[in-house]
Design a protein around this ligand. Sequence first.
Ligand SMILES: NC(=O)c1ccc[n+]([C@@H]2O[C@H](COP(=O)([O-])OP(=O)(O)OC[C@H]3O[C@@H](n4cnc5c(N)ncnc54)[C@H](OP(=O)(O)O)[C@@H]3O)[C@@H](O)[C@H]2O)c1
Length: 347
Amino acid sequence: MSRRIQVGVLGATGAVGQRFCQLLEAHPWFEVGAVTASERSAGKYYKDAVDWRLSTPLPDNIGGLRVIPTRSDEMPKDVQLVFSSLPADIAERVEADYARDGFGVSSNAASYRMFDDVPLLIPEVNKDHAKLIQIQREQRGWDGFIVTNPNCSTIMLVMTLKPLMQLGLTDVKVATMQAVSGAGYTGVSSMAILDNVVPYIGGEEEKMQIETPKILGAFDGTKVINASITVSAICNRVPVIDGHTESVWVDVDASPEEVKLAMASLPPLKGLPSSPERPIIVREEDDRPQPRLDRDVYDGMSVSVGRVRRDVVKGIKYTLMGHNTVRGAAGASILNAEMLAAEGFLK
Ligand SMILES: NC(=O)c1ccc[n+]([C@@H]2O[C@H](COP(=O)([O-])OP(=O)(O)OC[C@H]3O[C@@H](n4cnc5c(N)ncnc54)[C@H](OP(=O)(O)O)[C@@H]3O)[C@@H](O)[C@H]2O)c1
């Protein structure tokens, strides 16, 4: 790509927004031309609007931008695509305005994920669903478009399920142990989570259960036909900063070795800057994966799997772990945009 594509980050001061800015700081294809946040932050330099909570150096090129209001008419016209890390209620209104005004929107928010004409993408799993963009534009009369990435726990789960579809997968049970960064900077009070486990994350179980069949579904040229698969999820918040861990039970009629081989063989995407060389790392150690040891593998874009074994009742059980604000959020959204750029959707 000879000239970098100008992008904006909506909700740039939040937990995911800061991760976007960190990952985009030296991106070879995308250049951050604008950052937005709430009226509380608008007008400030980005470096003053966030106290740098990711404990990484503040990117100079982005730190010197003035935060602008999140309205689409404020966005510079040379920006082609915006990454959205807005709260869902704000995203629902704002993202449609951007798409109507001709911007591509690569969103983390849940607002549009389940609409029939909106792609819910994991490029290694269902990049052909991006063809829904054409249908979306025709139906809604938009010059731009909205694509979404799944919920953070769903992304990691589905990456491991995709290779199991060929082994006859129909039934999945999952229990998550989700990091506090998944709730955003102000999401969970330290008094609530330290020395504790909270067995409830609002809306999370439902998202895992309904998003998975759509992502694993087949695009027939006009719509996605959901995969015939049931998911039952239990979601817990645990005192880990970054990295969601999930215990998974699947009903496949295959040996642990066949499951491991299938997962390790999920092909990477060629030629995309954020695509990990190995999307799934299968570990053999009894005590892996662990968030502190495994969340940053391949810059946080790989999912680590371990403890693959037969279940005493039926099928196979295993543990997976991935970085929730990278593979589960900002990194996923950037990978979607890279795939769209490579496939010519950003012209
Ligand atoms: N955290 C994760 O791991 C994760 C994973 C997947 C998806 N998501 C989704 O990503 C989105 C962002 O999550 P987060 O964890 O980054 O949240 P967060 O830390 O609370 O950040 C929210 C961002 O939105 C801005 N904002 C809030 N109210 C606004 C308004 N009325 N108008 C314009 N901007 C406004 C905030 O700006 P100010 O700083 O000015 O308030 C901030 O930049 C959510 O939809 C979430 O569900 C999060």
